[in-house]
Design a protein around this ligand. Structure first.
Ligand SMILES: [Zn+2]
Length: 294
C-alpha cells in the first residue's frame, strides 16, 4: 500500500466518542480533482462537510485523525440504517475526466480499505457505500447496472482471518488502556475501565486482540465459571403387554385416565411406585400398571 500521507486539517470534524463500525466509500463527484486539491479545499475553512481520506492514482491522503475525531461525510442520512459520522470512517475516491476513478485509484482504495478493516476489526459486510447510509447516489461512478462496479469492488476486498490460539475474556482495569498496532506501534483504540475484550493469543507482556495488542498490565483475565453438568441417565424402556393399557394421572385405578398405550409400544420408565410405573407420557408423565409392562 502507498504510504498514508497525514495532512491533517483544522476544521470540519468532531470528537469521536463511539467505536468505528463502518467504512464508507464515496467518490468526490467532481471530475479531475486530485487528493491534494480536495485536502486543500477542506483545509481552507469551515465547509460543513469532510471525509477522512482522499485517494487518487498516486496518493492516499488522510486529513482527519479518525481515531480521535470523526469527519462529516454521511450526516445527510441523520443516522438512518444505523450508520452515523460518529461510528464510521469515510474514504473519497477522486475521479478522472471521464467521471470514473482510475484503476490505480480503485486499487489504492482497496488497499486502504483492507488496512482499515484489519486495524479497526471491521468485517466486509460493514464496508458500505455512502448510498447505504443516506440513499445518496454515491459513489455514483460505481452505480451503473445496479451497482455492478460496487459489487466488483467488494469482491476484491480481502478477508484476512487472524490466528486464534484461544479466546479469553479480559476486563480493562486501567483508564486510557491503549491497543496498538504491533508492527507500526500506532494507536488503534483506547479502552475504558470495565471494557470487556477478547484475547486470541498472548506473550509475556501482551494480549493479542483481533485488532492489535494491549499490555497485560492494563487488563485482568475474567475467569468464566464452569457450568455444572447435568447428569442425564438413560431411561429404562418397558414394553406394553396388554392389548390396551391406560395411562393414569396418579398410581391408582380410580385416577383420571390421561391416555392409552397399545400392545408392543415402548414407554420410558422413570421409577416404580407400588405396583405402578411412573412413565414419560405427554407433557407431564403418567402412571401405568406394572402388571402389563415387561
Ligand atoms: Zn458520498
Amino acid at each position: 500500500m502507498l504510504n498514508i500521507q497525514k495532512l491533517l486539517i483544522n476544521y470540519n470534524f468532531s470528537n469521536r466518542n463511539e467505536s468505528i463500525k463502518f467504512i464508507v466509500i464515496h467518490d468526490v463527484g467532481e471530475t479531475g480533482s486530485t487528493a491534494q486539491n480536495n485536502r486543500d479545499y477542506f483545509s481552507g475553512g469551515n465547509r460543513g462537510a469532510s471525509a477522512d481520506f482522499f485517494v487518487d492514482s498516486n496518493n492516499i491522503i488522510q486529513i482527519i485523525d479518525y481515531i480521535n475525531n470523526y469527519s462529516w461525510a454521511i450526516g445527510d442520512g441523520h443516522g438512518a440504517f444505523g450508520k452515523t459520522n460518529g461510528n464510521s470512517v469515510s474514504i473519497e475516491m477522486c475521479l478522472e475526466s471521464n467521471g470514473q476513478p482510475s484503476e490505480k485509484t480503485i486499487q489504492n482504495t482497496l488497499e486502504l480499505t483492507n488496512y482499515l478493516m484489519k486495524q479497526l476489526d471491521i468485517g466486509i459486510s460493514n464496508v458500505v457505500r455512502h448510498y447505504d447510509c443516506s440513499h445518496k447516489c454515491c459513489p455514483e461512478s460505481f452505480s451503473d447496472n445496479n451497482w455492478a462496479k460496487w459489487n466488483q469492488f467488494k469482491a476484491r476486498l480481502s478477508t484476512p482471518t487472524p490466528t486464534i490460539k484461544f479466546r479469553k475474556v479480559l476486563k480493562v482495569i486501567k483508564s486510557n488502556a491503549l491497543c496498538i498496532n504491533p508492527i507500526t506501534g500506532a494507536l488503534v483504540k483506547k479502552f475504558k475501565v470495565g471494557d470487556l475484550l477478547t484475547a486470541i493469543d498472548s506473550d509475556s507482556v501482551w494480549w493479542v486482540l483481533t485488532i492489535g495488542e494491549i499490555s497485560k498490565a492494563n487488563c485482568v483475565e475474567v475467569i468464566t465459571p464452569i457450568k455444572s453438568t447435568t447428569i442425564t441417565s438413560t431411561p429404562t424402556l418397558g414394553t406394553v403387554t396388554a392389548t390396551t393399557l391406560n395411562v393414569r394421572e396418579s398410581p391408582n385405578v380410580n385416577s383420571k385416565i390421561i391416555g392409552q398405550l397399545t400392545k408392543g409400544e415402548k414407554v420410558k420408565i422413570d421409577c416404580k411406585r407400588g405396583n405402578w410405573y411412573s412413565t414419560f407420557y405427554g407433557d407431564h408423565g403418567g402412571y401405568v400398571s406394572a402388571d402389563y409392562i415387561k
